[in-house]
Design a protein around this ligand. Structure first.
Ligand SMILES: Nc1nc2c(ncn2[C@@H]2O[C@H](COP(=O)(O)OP(=O)(O)O)[C@@H](O)[C@H]2O)c(=O)[nH]1
Ligand SMILES: [Mg+2]
Length: 325
């Protein structure tokens, strides 16, 4: 499919063109970037789910998709797995679970991997979100599959971050890494049908009361206190309460002026990442082609002078990536 044909089909609402465009984004192919320029007012709202494997994120997301479809909202789900190079479809278990949405054209489910790009997953995810908004999806739900850095990536991309916990946490809430508390806008204690869920809620409350209140913008009525929502995702219980909390958080962001601040910060961060990516590409190219540069580099035994020279060359003008021509 040529770029022009792809763009035509994308704008005509062909879901296969959307899937193809997201595959190109995963490869960091810049050819779909103009498709990301959404008409005004068509950016998708993003909620991210993170938490340890097995806490019920996919089950929650599936239940939420059903709720949103009842409200006639179109919804895209992106499962990101920073550890996996495999892309182009949902993870098997999730695909089976989500099958009841498979024939619904207003639901789009997709997993994304990073293909070994440094910072590539969050960049690719942001691009995919813009494509989904431009395509016309109202809501985007992100689910992280991996553990580790991925929590932070979700928080960097989603307007509202939901952290999912369960009663069978081993050592209880103490197990939670400190960083998790800071990124949570909403806590879900899923599997509330299991023994010990009240204890998790109480421990969580205790921890939250000890942590400093979230900084808030000047003029905002009060700081956001992350609510704790018990759910039984497997029986679709608590899902409406969860969605009400997401909407309340969005209203809070708007009213406090943080929605704009966050959007600004995100675009700035992303711009810096894109610059770094471009520069890295150019540096590799220069180092690969320029024998003189390599000789000096080996002579110095340190990278700094060569790096400075490459930066100076960049200042004379970035060569656009070869693919664009
Ligand atoms: N008892 C109980 N089990 C649940 C609940 N929600 C999900 N599960 C089960 O927990 C397991 C992991 O769920 P999954 O959604 O795949 O978790 P993920 O790895 O966080 O996406 C599955 O066997 C689910 O059926 C719940 O509310 N109660
Ligand atoms: Mg899952």
């Amino acid at each position: 499919m040529s770029d022009i044909e792809l763009a035509r089909r994308f704008r005509a609402g062909d879901i296969r063109a959307l899937a193809r465009a997201i595959s190109l984004v995963e490869r960091r192919d810049p050819s779909v970037r103009e498709l990301e320029e959404a008409p005004k007012g068509s950016t998708a709202e993003v909620v991210g789910f993170t938490g340890a494997p097995g806490t019920g994120k996919s089950t929650l997301v599936d239940a939420l998709v059903s709720l949103l479809r009842k409200q006639k909202k179109s919804v895209a789900v992106i499962a990101t797995d920073p550890n996996s190079p495999f892309t182009g479809g949902a993870i098997l278990g999730d695909r089976i679970r989500m099958q009841r949405h498979a024939l619904d054209p207003k639901v789009f489910i997709r997993s994304m991997g990073a293909r070994g790009h440094l910072g590539g997953l969050s960049l690719a995810t942001r691009e995919a979100i813009r494509l989904l908004g431009a395509f016309g999806f109202d809501q985007v739900i992100l689910e992280t599959v991996g553990v580790g850095q991925s929590e932070l990536e979700v928080a960097a991309v989603a307007g509202t971050t939901v952290v999912v916990l369960t009663p069978n946490l081993g050592d209880g809430v103490q197990m939670i890494k400190a960083g998790i508390l800071e990124i949570a806008d909403i806590f879900v204690v899923n599997k509330a049908d299991l023994e010990g869920h009240q204890r998790v809620v109480m421990e969580l409350r205790g921890m939250l009361s000890l942590s400093a209140p979230r900084a808030h913008a000047a003029g905002s009525p009060k700081a956001w206190k992350p609510p704790i929502i018990p759910t039984v995702a497997a029986r679709q219980e608590g899902i409406e309460e969860l969605w009400a909390a997401v909407e309340a958080h969005r209203r809070y962001l708007e009213a406090s002026g943080q929605a704009r601040e966050l959007a600004e910060k995100r675009l700035k961060d992303e711009t810096a990442e894109v610059v770094a990516e471009l520069a890295r590409e150019q540096a590799r190219q220069a180092l690969g082609e320029d024998a003189g540069l390599t000789a000096r580099l080996m002579e110095d035994g340190t990278p700094y002078r060569a790096a400075e020279e490459i930066v100076t060359r960049l200042g004379r003008g970035l060569k656009p990536p070869a693919r664009e021509h």
